[in-house]
Design a protein around this ligand. Structure first.
Ligand code: GDP
Ligand code: MN
Length: 383
């Protein structure tokens, strides 16, 4: 489960980590009242279950309650990376001297936790890892030993944390260790961990992702808002009974059978493409299921081409083709569609697609190659 920033901050505060004073609001008027109560000058931050809000325009500094109200009005009308903004965190604006990065997460390859820190916080850690890997400190924690002060001192030295901050820095590290253990966390992240003008080292942002496998011993999670982490397209898919997961790429994928769909994602990646989603329409998929699946994938603004990979065994290819044609009926197909049809009644299926916007591919490999090519061409001009 992924927590919103305001939820994570409440748990961080409970663990002793200093965080700015703040209030959750849902209207511009509430934002103004909150700003008044918080001293006038505030940060207004969209609450969505993903990071990178700063870059996407989701964090505003407002000099006054009126400014906070105006910022809130704008932000509440926004959609940020697919998420409609329905709540904001209004926090006292704090003067920052320096921003650090600190996190504790799993290293699946090494089967241990890894403590990560950098003296260059604020930006995406992925970006920093790509451009300046030497600026990131990493310490792997022996699970039998657990997280200790010397791990914190080690990562601080690697990351170049100023020595006068070592005391509070070690304290923050032990606190995120406590949070990890207490909440069965997969990720505890503070970015930025901010050094303020007054010398305090506080969590200006808070990210917490917990392990769903541990839900049986966390009845308190049920009370938290379950929408966290669910993309609007995922919610719609769930309501429509489709097995769909939103991913970060631009190649839409529809297939039948979880194994086939996962292989399709791998094939696209191998051809240099990036899948936009996982979508399994299941075995024996009827025309109306295919239609709903296609509409869902086409409604993703990230998608620039779609691969429909259906293996006919239980599913009949002519049934799928008919479903696709029905789905196209009345739908504006704004991107290229590549179809790989193989299996029962394959020839009949292909014959039905002739002269339509659906490009057939003879093999799995050819289909993956073709869709990646189409996606990168960014062709949005097909009928
Ligand atoms: P993210 O982009 O989703 O990670 O959102 P963050 O909460 O990390 O905010 C992005 C950036 O906004 C931070 O790195 C800070 O530089 C800035 N920011 C956030 N809150 C405050 C604040 O209270 N005061 C000041 N001066 N800057 C802030
Ligand atoms: Mn952040």
């Amino acid at each position: 489960m992924r927590f919103y920033e305001y939820q994570a901050k409440a748990l961080f505060r409970a663990a002793g980590i200093p965080v700015p004073e703040g209030r959750l609001v849902r209207t511009p008027e509430e934002a103004r009242e909150a700003a008044t109560a918080l001293g006038g000058k505030v940060a207004v931050k969209v609450q969505i279950p993903i990071g990178g809000r700063g870059k996407a325009g989701g964090v505003r500094l407002a000099p006054s309650p009126e400014g906070a109200e105006a910022a809130a009005r704008e932000l509440l009308a926004k959609e940020i990376r697919g998420y409609r903004v329905d709540r904001l965190l209004v926090e006292e604006a704090v003067p920052i001297r320096q921003e650090f990065y600190l996190s504790l997460t799993l290293d699946r390859a090494r089967q241990t936790s890894v403590l990560i820190a950098s003296a260059e916080g604020g930006v995406d850690i992925e970006e920093l890892a790509a451009t300046r890997p030497d600026r990131i400190g990493r310490v792997w924690i022996d699970p039998l030993l657990g997280l200790r002060s010397f791990h914190a001192a080690d990562v601080a030295a690697q990351a170049g944390i100023p020595s006068e901050l070592l005391g509070p820095f070690v304290e923050r590290v032990l606190q995120i260790g406590q949070i990890q253990a207490q909440h069965d966390a997969l990720l505890v992240e503070i970015n930025p961990l901010a050094l303020l003008e007054d010398g305090r080292l506080i969590a200006l942002d808070a990210k917490l992702e917990t392990d769903d496998n541990a839900a049986f011993r966390h009845p308190e999670w049920e009370a938290e808002e379950s929408a966290a982490g669910e993309h609007p397209l995922e919610r719609r898919a769930r309501e429509e009974g489709l097995a769909y997961v939103k991913l970060s790429g631009n190649v839409g994928v529809i297939g039948n059978g979880a194994g086939l769909v996962m292989t399709t994602l791998d094939m696209i990646q191998r051809q240099g493409g990036r899948p936009a989603n996982f979508l399994d329409i299941g075995g024996g998929a009827q025309a109306d299921v295919v239609r709903r699946a296609l509409r869902l994938v086409l409604d993703d603004p990230d998608v620039t081409a779609v691969l429909i990979n259906v293996f006919g065994g239980i599913t009949r290819c002519d049934e799928v083709a008919r479903g696709l044609l029905q789905a196209l009926d009345g739908v504006e197909v704004r991107v290229p569609l590549v179809v790989r049809l193989a299996g029962t009644r394959e020839a009949e299926g292909r014959a039905l697609l002739e002269g339509t916007p659906l490009e057939p591919a003879a093999t799995f490999l050819e289909a993956a190659r073709l869709v990646v090519q189409r996606a990168s061409e960014g062709r949005g001009d097909r009928p």
